[in-house]
Design a protein around this ligand. Structure first.
Ligand SMILES: [Zn+2]
Length: 309
């Protein structure tokens, strides 16, 4: 059995974003919690007892408080069900939550050497004491079994694979602490429960839907995919900034090269968009864009959505 909980479905900044007055953010402030999204992360477990996070968002503390599966077990003075965190990139919205996990519980951070180099070059991450928090390098196309804090097998397999993307934006124009070449800045993950043979894909950042990527995920029961923007230039058109989706390493949902069209011919049971920016009109339940999204078989998940495979 594989249990997956969407801790957050929003992109960097979340919904609403602290300094944003766009339509989506205003609606999220005024209509209660239905529209609100924390920053993207999911938790998964093979046994329902030990959990792994994919990315640690700046909203992690709020996400853990809202997720009973991740609370300390009854009667324990200090305990967490979280056995590890797997990082798919070095963006702020993927790593900042690690700083909220500094109170001495043992777990492992799994990340590509390029992302580990970013952590190593920022001394604030030394609040994660190496005695408790191991940093384990993972390689592109090298499957591994994440371990429990006592070293026991989890029964799970994680396969990282390269996805078209880019380095963290705060490194733009700077020397990458992990070196400038090769894959590793943006990973997709295939998570498998080895005993049950169940698996899902997590691809929350993807600059282009390639044929290789399509071949990888065809036939999956569950795919989380990059839903940052509806159209490539939506932030510019809305007056929210000068960045396109592409320039941030995110393919649009719409358009002939967009995720909806490019993945339409695949046999995937359940498709969910994740990392949805507050500028994306598909967030709004009554929008035409939401209708198109749902009619194409995609779901815009609420935070806290749990899926069992
Ligand atoms: Zn906004």
């Amino acid at each position: 059995m594989l249990r997956v909980v969407v801790l957050g479905a929003g992109a960097g900044g979340g919904v609403p974003q602290w300094n944003c007055g766009c339509e989506g953010c205003r609606a999220a402030r005024s209509d209660g919690h239905e529209l609100q999204r924390t920053q993207a992360s999911v938790a998964f477990s093979g046994d329902g007892e030990h959990w792994f996070l994919i990315n640690a968002s700046p909203d992690l503390r709020q996400q853990l408080n809202a997720t009973p599966q991740l609370h300390p077990k009854a009667g324990a003075l200090r305990h967490t069900p979280i056995a590890g965190v797997i990082l798919t990139n070095g963006e702020v919205d993927a790593v900042a939550g690690l700083l909220s996990m500094r109170e001495g519980s043992p777990f492992t951070v799994y990340a590509h050497e390029k992302v580990l180099a970013i952590l190593a070059s920022n001394s604030i991450f030394n609040v994660l004491n190496e005695k408790n928090v191991r940093r384990q390098p993972i390689g592109v196309s090298e499957p591994f079994e994440p371990r429990l804090p006592d070293g026991a097998r989890s029964g799970l397999e994680v396969l990282p694979f390269a996805v078209p993307g880019k380095s963290a934006w705060y490194l733009e124009g700077k020397m990458h602490p992990g070196g400038g070449s090769g894959d590793g800045d943006t990973l997709g993950l295939k998570i498998t429960d080895k005993a049950a043979g169940k698996f899902f894909y997590f691809i929350a950042a993807c600059a282009e839907v390639t044929d290789a990527l399509k071949a990888e995920i065809d036939g999956a029961a569950l795919v989380f995919f990059d839903g940052t923007v509806w159209r490539d230039d939506e932030m510019i058109r809305a007056g929210l900034g000068h960045k396109t989706g592409k320039s941030m390493g995110h393919v649009a949902m719409s358009g002939e090269d967009g995720a909806i069209a490019r993945l339409a011919d695949l046999n995937i049971d359940r498709k969910l968009f994740l990392h949805i920016n507050n500028s994306n009109p598909a967030l709004l339940p009554d929008s035409p864009e939401r209708k198109i999204t749902e009619e194409a078989g995609w779901q815009i998940p609420a935070d806290g959505t749990e899926i069992v495979l």
